[in-house]
Design a protein around this ligand. Structure first.
Ligand code: NAI
Ligand code: MG
Length: 498
């Protein structure tokens, strides 16, 4: 504890930070087999807030063996669907009880404002466990009508896919854990989850909550460690039946290769370059506020961030000036400061990546309307940035920046096919938003956009019941909603001759 520099504003989280957090393997809270740990840093200051276990291949082997044994012996399968629901609801209740503590941990670990974690991330986590808990009692099959000669009775069953490996990123640390663990448990799978090395704290606290909720030993295993070691071992493990990954498109491709060894099932939720498209008849004030929120929420560290801002030339100047004005007024500071509206980027690596993109935008001829600079000289703060004069082949347009940087571009067309084609001119297809007061236009354009989500007059709006995922290189499969169970179930067809 004496080596850690804890922020005096922490009211609930210092106890947990001080008690050397452990991983969860086979129902026990443990350190890494190697006894190694790594430092977790507060991105607002660079100070070390905890040392956590550095799990690697050996720990992954142990965790997968526990999940395999637990799955094969039917420990979780024998728990009735309604009891599974009750257990998932218990996890939700405990997260709700510890909301302030978890929001503080998220803020100090990831950098996001405490208030945002408290009103956005955490309620969504609670809701995810409750919503998915509800599905445990509803995952049935169908009876199938027969056409060929003979008399048969056929029906399908939904069965758990087995041992699931889950690898999550750092932008919504606890929410990503909930998106992954809750549906897998509802489906009857056992889980080995690896948290992101930048933000392991809330996953480790969730591990304690899962113990307290009396999830049977071995059903959920939670590891901390690095991607190249622990993550790669999980993705390649022959006893893992399915891998669910959220992160970069680059690592998504490595996961696919690693999965080939035993042809494990793969679902991927990857990068994006989502357009916010503002039509000339949009409510301009709402569109300005919406386009700013689309990129600046969570410091632009959202896979669905509205990072390409398309505005019709009739409203373009007003929209860009409005978004730049909001950007200039955003209060950037440490997540635990109540006045803060935007915190630091998550890590020195992301800080370097985002500032590199800003430099490349300038070098390739884009114009900075506002921002474009570091804020302060401590921590990883980047000013909300608006680029103008952007061209389709610039790196800042073709690649995901994953920071508070939006690239504005006017369009002249009124033809929806052409607007759709411009919006679709990207290797990604995760999300888009359309801003217009004409309902018909909105839905026609929504149909032309090749992405898993289209928002109309809103952006970054989520519900546990809404499927979310990508077309093209934004991924495979869907998270959330009923759709997520394609990821975690197998369909069995049973036919009886009558
Ligand atoms: P990343 O894809 O390297 O990390 C995501 C997760 O994958 C982490 O848990 C990491 O430990 C793990 N991982 C890394 N290498 C692995 C490997 N070889 N095998 C198995 N697991 C591995 O993402 P990173 O480096 O943190 O961020 C880089 C970029 O990725 C960001 O700038 C952003 O563009 C994108 N990204 C997208 C996210 C999304 O929500 N779709 C979330 C985080 C990052
Ligand atoms: Mg990486």
């Amino acid at each position: 504890m004496d080596t850690l520099e804890l922020d005096p504003r922490l009211r609930h989280a210092s106890t947990f930070l001080g008690r050397s957090p452990k991983m969860l393997i086979d129902g026990r809270m443990v350190g890494a087999l190697s006894s190694k740990t790594f430092e977790v840093v507060n991105p607002a200051t660079g100070a070390v807030i905890a040392n956590v276990p550095e799990g690697d291949k050996a720990d992954v082997d142990l965790a997968v063996a526990a999940a395999r044994r637990t799955f094969d012996s039917g420990v979780w399968a024998k728990v009735s669907p309604s009891e599974k629901s009750r257990i998932l609801w218990r996890v939700a209740d405990l997260v709700e009880r510890d909301l302030e503590e978890l929001a503080e941990l998220e803020s100090i670990d990831n950098g996001k404002p405490y208030a945002v974690a408290r009103v956005a991330d955490l309620p969504l986590v609670v809701d995810m466990f409750r919503y998915m808990g509800g599905w445990a009692t509803k995952l049935g099959g169908r009876t199938i009508p027969w056409s060929l000669p003979g008399q048969f009775l056929s029906y399908t069953m939904k069965e758990p896919v087995g041992v699931v490996g889950q690898i999550i990123p750092w932008n919504f640390p606890l929410l990503m854990a909930a998106w992954k663990i809750a549906p897998a448990l509802a489906a009857g799978c056992t889980v080995v989850l690896k948290a992101a090395e930048q933000t392991p704290m809330t996953a480790l606290r969730l591990a304690e909550i899962i113990q307290e909720a009396e999830v049977p030993a071995g059903v959920v295993n939670i590891l901390t460690g690095f991607g190249e070691t622990a993550g790669a071992a999980l993705a390649a493990h022959p006893d893992v039946d399915k891998i669910a990954f959220t992160g970069s498109t680059e690592v998504g491709k490595l996961i696919v290769q690693a999965a080939a060894g035993n042809l494990k099932k793969v679902s991927l939720e990857l990068g994006g370059k989502s357009p916010a498209i503002i039509l000339p008849d949009a409510d301009v004030d709402a569109a300005i506020a919406g386009a700013a929120n689309a990129i600046f929420f969570n410091h632009g560290q959202c896979c669905c961030a509205g990072s390409r801002l398309f505005a019709h030339k009739k409203v373009y100047d007003k929209i860009v000036a409005g978004v730049a004005d909001i950007a200039a007024k955003i209060k950037v500071g440490p997540g635990l400061d109540p006045a803060t509206e935007m915190g630091p980027l998550v890590s020195d690596e992301q800080f370097a990546r985002v500032t590199r993109y800003i430099k490349s935008g300038r070098e390739q001829g884009a114009k900075v309307a506002v921002g474009g600079e570091r804020v302060g000289n401590l921590g990883y703060f980047v000013a909300p940035t608006v680029f103008e004069n952007t061209k389709p082949d610039m790196q800042i347009i073709t690649e995901e920046i994953f920071g508070p940087v939006v690239c504005a571009m006017p369009f002249e067309d009124d033809d929806l096919d052409r607007i759709g084609r411009e919006a679709n001119d990207t290797s990604y297809g995760l999300a888009a938003s359309v801003w217009t007061t004409n309902g018909g236009t909105a839905h026609k354009l929504a149909q032309r956009i090749r992405s898993g989500t289209v928002w109309i007059n809103c952006h970054n709006v989520f519900d546990a019941s809404l499927p979310f995922g990508g077309y093209k290189q934004s991924g495979w499969g869907r998270e959330m909603g009923e759709e997520v169970f394609h990821n975690y179930t197998e369909t069995k067809a049973i036919t009886a001759a009558l």
